[in-house]
Design a protein around this ligand. Structure first.
Ligand SMILES: Cc1ncc(C[n+]2csc(CCOP(=O)(O)OP(=O)(O)O)c2C)c(N)n1
Ligand SMILES: [Mg+2]
Length: 794
């Protein structure tokens, strides 16, 4: 801790460190763009002005205010400031700074998974990191309310350092509404209010809108408009006139004058208020550079103001700090409307270096040019509460599974089976049952989470009775809210679902307690939350995402709700293993496996010829259906279970006379089986390949190809094992209630001819039978496709 330091000394040291982070962040960008050789002619980039805007805010937070248990999302383009701070702490290497934005170097935007310097929350797609902090706070409350939670981990504050234009993103407001519903606490959003975005200066009057919005959601709003220098000047005779002028000054003019500097400020101020005695004297008492410093002394750049205000913040009410800043503060880029991606010239960086008292050749030295002694600075950095010796990433013990849940039923849908499996888990008092947290954006009942919720109740940090139950109104749903509850009910915003799954899926690392999060939504609406889903995967969060119902099989719900491309999303999304089971026993096996897979954390080995993530683990996506189909009477043995998890198995294996293979994924199992029956009879061998995961089959195939390219001739994969015994003259007919490209690649594995059936156009209302016939995915269409091929025809 910073024991023994007077507040003046503390402020002086923080000022010095702010200068240093300003220098290092700007130099890092300059070095990457102008000194490191550019081998391919593509710009490297980096944001000097955006970084400068936040140096004081971040220095005060990291060097003095934050505690190890706090978790922070830094606005993406202030990454250089973050890396510079970690470098000063001794947690980032010079090598990585020199390689900023390079291969293996410090990342362009702070990354939990790719950076090595203790990033809490990744950012990049603006707005998501901001909202993530709110959901992380809800998850912290959720975990701490549970009896099983360790009590020795202190409660942290979830902090977002927000660019003001990030508030344009709709997901920020969706999350404000959800936060209000869930009594959000412990959340600080510190807004870098530089009134500039990428393309220019923001509209006048934005401040009032922002403030009113936060207050409407019961947030505390703290505005840091004036620094100490300004407040002192306002107290001088004539100071009230200066203050009134500043308050009335339009954003773009303030920025323009900031860019032009002291002489321009004087000219303008004297023009507008200079004939008024006291204020003229006030201006005259200052040199041009002092005047420029005064006008740049906004709240967000004043160490004293920042420190005082941050230290006074409390946990209970969420707080927005609107910190007025200048984009490019302290550099020649200050205030220019085009400064977002603008960078200093050689001459400008030289001038900045000189003003920072940094000698050429000593640019990376941590304490070069600072007034305080290196010993004093090192002691101050070592004493910062945030700068712990041990890792701030936590861990949790594994939650054991309970094995696949057997369901004895002749006809069912995967969605019904999903509800029953969860219900069966809910009845146990297993650790698995207690660590599952479910969530859904207003489709809890219609995705079959209802019985789980009846048993495990809803989460709220305050007790809330089910009024309908109290009033004795019969209902199948018992909606009781309590801190012990295990379902987090969300409003309809799918972005919020994905953000919550992201936060819950990192609970073990952020809060030291493992959760097994399960989120359900209608399959087409995955697209609505896709960026946040990608973001959750990028952060390596672990969850089970259930999209149901899916495809045109939901029939009567119509074209607007029929998902076509989601199997391809499942294949293409890194970090997400996608399955589309057809039968209840497959689902039970996949869910049991998923609970384990979600907890794996071995070293990723992309060279592995199997499924590349089997050691590293990841999240899982299940595409389910409401359409009941006849089940296959069987007892799944180990070999079948293995095939289901690897992505496919022979429902009817090929023999040497095989001419046709029907490969299907998901609910078209019944059509595939029927078509095979029609075609085959007793005479001909028609094989049926059940694909449970085109994603895993495909990834394994790519990995095997890569391994062979690298000289491992023995490498093979599951899909090759499966198709190896299919005679070369046989043809494949693939079928899916989704985009045909999902399975279309199967023909390339060994060059079998293939015809690929699926859905490519928006559906319409109708029965399953109508729609399958319309899109050519019914048994008749599958059989007709196969007939074309029979006898070797193309
Ligand atoms: C979702 C998304 N859209 C666009 C971008 C590109 N982008 C990066 S920063 C930025 C402007 C941000 O302005 P602001 O938040 O005010 O940050 P400042 O640089 O002014 O601090 C934009 C449009 C992005 N990163 N993410
Ligand atoms: Mg801005």
């Amino acid at each position: 801790m910073h024991g023994g330091l007077g507040s003046k000394d503390r402020i002086a040291l923080l000022d010095e460190l702010t200068r240093k982070t300003l220098w290092l962040s700007n130099w890092m960008i300059h070095h990457a763009n102008h000194i490191r050789p550019n081998v391919d002619g593509v710009k490297v980039g980096g944001h000097q002005a955006s970084s400068a805007s936040m140096t004081a805010i971040m220095s005060v937070l990291y060097f003095a205010v934050l505690r190890p248990q706090d978790r922070v999302a830094v606005k993406p383009h202030a990454a250089p400031v973050y890396h510079a701070i970690q470098y000063l702490f001794g947690k980032q290497s010079l090598d990585k700074l020199e390689n900023f934005r390079g291969f293996g170097g410090a990342q362009s935007y702070p990354s939990r998974t790719k950076d090595s310097d203790d990033v809490d929350i990744s950012t990049g797609s603006v707005g998501l990191g901001v909202a993530f902090t709110a959901f992380a706070s809800m998850i912290q409350d959720y975990v701490r309310a549970k009896r099983w939670a360790g009590k020795d981990i202190p409660e942290g504050r979830m902090v977002a350092l927000v660019g003001d234009a990030e508030l344009d993103e709709g997901n920020v407001y969706e999350c404000l509404l959800e936060g209000w519903k869930h009594n959000l606490r412990n959340t600080w959003w510190i807004i870098d209010y530089n009134r500039q975005s990428l393309d220019g200066v923001v509209r006048e009057g934005l401040y009032e809108r922002i403030e009113a919005t936060f207050r409407a959601f019961n947030w505390n709003v703290v505005t840091l408009k004036y620094g100490v220098l300004q407040r002192q000047a306002f107290a001088e005779p004539g100071g009230d006139r200066l203050k009134a002028w500043i308050d009335a000054c339009p954003n773009d003019l303030y920025s323009a004058l900031m860019f032009r500097g002291g002489a321009a400020w004087r000219e303008r101020l004297e023009d507008e208020i200079g004939d008024q005695g006291a204020v003229s004297a006030l201006l005259k008492r200052r040199s041009d550079s002092e005047l420029a410093e005064l006008m740049a002394n906004l709240g967000g750049h004043c160490t004293e103001t920042l420190l005082e205000q941050f230290e006074a913040l409390t946990a209970e009410q969420p707080t927005a700090v609107i910190a007025y800043t200048v984009k490019g503060w302290g550099t020649p880029l200050a205030g220019h409307k085009d400064n977002h991606a603008g960078q200093m010239t050689e001459a400008q960086i030289d001038a900045l270096r000189t003003s920072m008292k940094v000698r050429p050749g000593h640019e990376w030295e941590p304490f070069e040019g600072l007034g305080a002694s290196p010993k004093e600075l090192r002691a101050f950095l070592d004493g910062a509460p945030f700068n712990t010796k041990s890792s701030r990433r936590l861990a949790s013990t594994r939650v054991e599974g309970i094995g696949p849940i057997p369901l004895d039923t002749a006809v069912t849908s995967t969605q019904t089976a999903f509800g029953k499996i969860l219900d069966a888990i809910a009845k146990t008092d297993s650790p698995l049952a207690s660590r599952i947290v479910t969530t859904s954006p207003d489709v809890t009942v219609s995705t079959n989470l209802g019985t789980w919720v009846n048993r495990r109740h809803l989460f709220a940090n305050r007790e809330l009775a089910d009024v309908f139950q109290k009033e004795r109104i019969p209902s199948a749903q018992k909606w009781q809210f309590s801190p012990e509850g295990q379902h987090i009910e969300l409003g309809i915003a799918e972005m919020n679902l994905m953000l919550l799954l992201g936060a819950a899926g990192l609970s073990h690392s952020l809060f030291g307690e493992r959760l097994i999060p399960i989120g359900t939504l209608y399959d087409p609406f995955i697209a609505r939350g896709l960026d946040a889903l990608n973001y959750a995967c990028y952060q390596n969060a672990r969850f089970l995402l259930v999209g149901t119902p899916s495809g045109v099989s939901l029939a009567g719900e119509g074209g607007a709700h029929q998902s076509i491309g989601s199997p391809l999303i499942g294949m293409a999304q890194d970090g997400l293993a996608a399955f589309e089971p057809a039968f209840a026993d497959e689902l039970a096996i996949i869910m049991d496996w998923a609970f384990d897979y979600m907890q794996r954390d071995g070293e990723a080995r992309p060279d592995l010829a199997g499924w590349p993530r089997d050691i590293a683990g990841g999240s899982v996506y299940l595409r389910l259906s409401t359409r009941p189909i006849e089940q296959v009477p069987r007892k799944a043995d180990a070999a079948l279970a293995d095939g289901i998890i690897r992505g496919g198995y022979w429902l009817r294996p090929p023999d040497p006379s095989c001419e046709i293979v029907i490969a299907y994924q998901g609910v078209l199992a019944s059509e595939a089986i029927e078509a095979a029956g029609r075609l085959g009879g007793d005479r001909r061998n028609v094989a049926v390949l059940a694909v449970t995961s085109a994603d895993r089959l495909n990834a394994g195939w790519h990995a095997a190809q890569r391994a062979r390219m690298h000289g491992d001739d023995t490498a093979t994969c599951h899909v090759e094992e499966l198709l190896r015994d299919v005679p070369g003259r046989a043809a494949l007919v693939t079928a899916i209630d989704g985009h045909p490209a999902t399975l279309g690649w199967l023909g390339s594995v060994f060059g079998h001819r293939a015809i690929t059936l699926g859905v490519e156009h928006f559906g319409q209302t109708g029965t399953v039978r109508d729609l399958y016939a319309h899109f050519g995915i019914d048994a008749a269409a599958i059989a007709a496709a196969a007939q074309r091929f029979a006898g070797g025809r193309r």
